[in-house]
Design a protein around this ligand. Structure first.
Ligand code: DER
Length: 241
């Protein structure tokens, strides 16, 4: 099956297995979460799901959900969600994640922290023995001034001599080498920390990163995952973390 087909399988399965009528659902961001959003819209339209409301984790997910007629709410009226469904860039054996490849990590973490259940949907290529080398660690920083940005890049703990680099591109979710600095939905810059070796203590690293003045949030999602649905060439596996 194509990678898109694998993403569709896990996106649909997450909704079929974990979303029930009447629920408040967190809608993730990225090409895999796209299919979960699509499935919610489909089942609301068919009547298989009723009275579901959703909270999107990015402007582009909000736009997709609106186009599908999914009723959207905010944490102001729905402070807890029943379930959030989202993709990830890397998943380690304990279900710790690197997220943020799509530049949506800040709102994703807010919504997913407020959810009673967090379901991660990935194709097999995202699974790894340890976070780090497989995918750069995204970090969102306040765009105060050039000097501050440079100081953040210097202050962020480098691993094995690796450094954080400013994400360039016309928008946060496309990491092309555009000539302008990518800006997140929150008006912040994104930096990507190249990890040349495995992250041995994700919780410790998360603490070190968040202490750097000007860091808004980072893409390490530790101890948040409840289930991982993994699509591989030989079928779908559900891992309860
Ligand atoms: O930006 C994010 O955190 C997304 O969830 C992303 O990293 C996963 O996107 P993908 O499903 O398009 O690989």
């Amino acid at each position: 099956a194509s990678q898109d087909e694998l993403k569709k399988q896990v996106g649909y399965k997450a909704v079929d297995d974990y979303v029930r009528s009447g629920m408040v659902v967190g809608l993730g961001t990225g090409s895999t979460a796209f299919f979960a959003v699509e499935r919610v819209g489909q089942k609301l339209k068919s009547g298989e799901l009723q009275d579901v409301v959703a909270i999107p984790t990015s402007v582009r997910t909000k736009e997709q959900a609106e186009a599908l007629g999914i009723p959207l709410v905010t944490l102001d009226t729905h402070s807890r969600l029943d379930v959030a469904i989202d993709g990830a860039d890397s998943v380690d054996p304990d279900g710790n994640l690197v997220k943020g490849g799509g530049g949506a990590l800040f709102r994703e973490k807010i919504v997913e922290k407020a959810s009673d259940k967090f379901v991660v949907i990935v194709d097999q290529s995202k699974m790894c023995d340890a976070l780090g080398p497989h995918f750069m660690l995204p970090i969102e920083i306040l765009p105060f001034c050039h000097e501050h940005t440079m100081r953040c890049l210097e202050a962020l703990p480098s691993m094995n001599g690796a450094k954080a680099v400013l994400r360039m591109g016309s928008s946060a979710n496309n990491k092309c080498d555009g000539d302008e600095i990518a800006v997140s939905d929150n008006g912040c810059y994104l930096v990507d920390m190249k990890c040349t070796s495995p992250i041995t203590d994700a919780v410790r690293l998360a603490d070190d990163i968040i202490k750097v003045v000007g860091v808004v949030e980072h893409g390490l999602f530790c101890g948040m995952t409840d289930h991982v649905i993994i699509a591989g060439t030989d079928g779908i596996e559900v891992k309860d973390v």
